[in-house]
Design a protein around this ligand. Structure first.
Ligand SMILES: Nc1ncnc2c1ncn2[C@@H]1O[C@H](COP(=O)(O)OP(=O)(O)OP(=O)(O)O)[C@@H](O)[C@H]1O
Ligand SMILES: [Mg+2]
Length: 353
């Protein structure tokens, strides 16, 4: 099973520019988490910090018990082997065909024979729908295929932790859904700890077990998906709706006066292009493809969430209880009977099963 990644009080700056400060979160072992945030808030910097490519000035990054900001370079090398990473730009070698790109980590980090390598590479290419394209160069294929090739390469060393930076960028909505399914299936098959950085609201609503958001140099929230999906936080609501109204501006954050003016305009009937319906609420989570069986993270997460249920906002508690009863969206925002919540907290209720 994947390992836990725990970040405590992490701060990163470049020169005098603070990127984010005092970030604390735990990626539960074997669960899928996603990190949202406007462009430039340091999501990619965060991923690079987790694998030790960038060095935050303060805080701890504890991976399977090792603080990678304190450990020796030999230990860091060992920890890095646990990771599979899909960088934002795919980072394929332009002069190598897809086969050699995917085989690269195996040739570099293992002593496997070429026939063993071939078996693994073909299996990962097949998983990512790339059979037939193995002898193409990265420059000869579409952006979506490059993403999938990057993902195939990230998987060859059987990683315990998978980081994917905007896997959906440049993909059409249908391909994004296939890719979402692939991530859920990978989690089902290898039970790895996964962190996805994304701007894609649909992916964020349906794929991860846990959701977080970076904004204004801070981690606004991080926790079970239901917390963010039912949140009243203006920046979270704006992001989920892709709305112009809210604290996120085109190039910078807005001040309160500007936000008030925009709200007044909307109330006066001006349409800003965002959807009219309230998109808040917990929607059904994507399930593994038929034949793969259960995703083991689901049961573990239910037990974990039950433990912390009483610490979550009431809306999130309702969303959790409702989803366990198969109620989603607006229906789930109705008041749950208090005895259901009470039973859930003591472990006798539906949250248990
Ligand atoms: N190596 C670096 N040296 C100096 N500044 C950097 C470096 N890497 C990133 N930055 C700065 O850190 C900030 C955050 O960058 P980052 O790429 O992490 O944003 P992001 O949230 O991933 O954005 P996007 O959603 O557009 O990918 C930016 O202002 C960027 O210029
Ligand atoms: Mg980025």
């Amino acid at each position: 099973m994947g390992v836990e990644v725990s970040v405590e009080g992490l701060s990163k700056s470049f020169g005098s520019q603070t990127i984010w400060q005092d970030v604390s979160l735990t990626l539960p072992a074997g669960e899928v988490s996603a990190l949202l945030g406007p462009s430039g808030t340091g999501k990619s910097v965060f991923l690079k910090s987790l694998i030790g490519l960038l060095r935050p000035e303060e805080g701890k990054i504890i991976i399977d018990g090792t603080d990678i900001l304190q450990c020796s370079s030999k230990e860091l090398y060992e920890v890095r082997k646990m990771f599979g990473v899909l960088f934002q730009d795919g980072a394929l070698f332009g002069s190598m065909d897809l086969y050699d790109n995917v085989a690269f980590p195996l040739r570099e980090h293992t002593k496997k024979s070429e026939s063993e390598i071939r078996k693994i590479v073909m299996e990962k290419l097949e998983l990512n729908g790339l059979i037939g394209a193995e002898h193409k160069l990265p420059g000869e294929i579409s952006g979506g295929m490059r993403k999938r090739a990057g993902l195939a390469r990230a998987l060859v060393l059987d990683p315990e932790i998978i980081l994917v930076d905007e896997p959906d960028s440049g993909l059409d909505p249908v391909r994004t859904t296939y890719l979402s399914q692939l991530l859920i299936d990978i989690n089902t098959e290898i039970d790895a700890t996964i962190l996805i950085v994304t701007h894609n609201i649909n992916l964020a609503r349906t794929v991860p077990d846990n959701l977080g958001m970076l904004f204004r140099k801070n981690l606004v929230m991080f926790g079970p998906r239901e917390v963010l999906l039912t949140s009243d936080e203006p920046v979270v609501k704006q992001f989920l709706h892709g709305s112009k109204i809210g604290p996120i501006g085109m190039s910078e954050e807005k001040d309160d006066a500007q936000m008030a003016a925009e709200l007044a305009e909307r109330d006066a009937g001006h349409h800003d292009g965002s959807p009219d319906e309230d998109l808040r609420g917990v929607v059904r989570q994507m399930e593994p493809s038929p034949g793969l069986g259960e995703r083991k993270a689901v049961g573990r997460r239910q037990a974990r969430v039950r433990e912390i249920l009483h610490t979550l906002p009431p809306e999130a508690q309702r969303g959790i209880v409702a989803s366990l009863e198969g109620r989603y969206g607006a229906e789930a925002m109705d008041d749950a009977p208090t005895e259901v919540l009470a039973a859930a907290q003591t472990g006798d209720g539906p949250v248990n099963g």
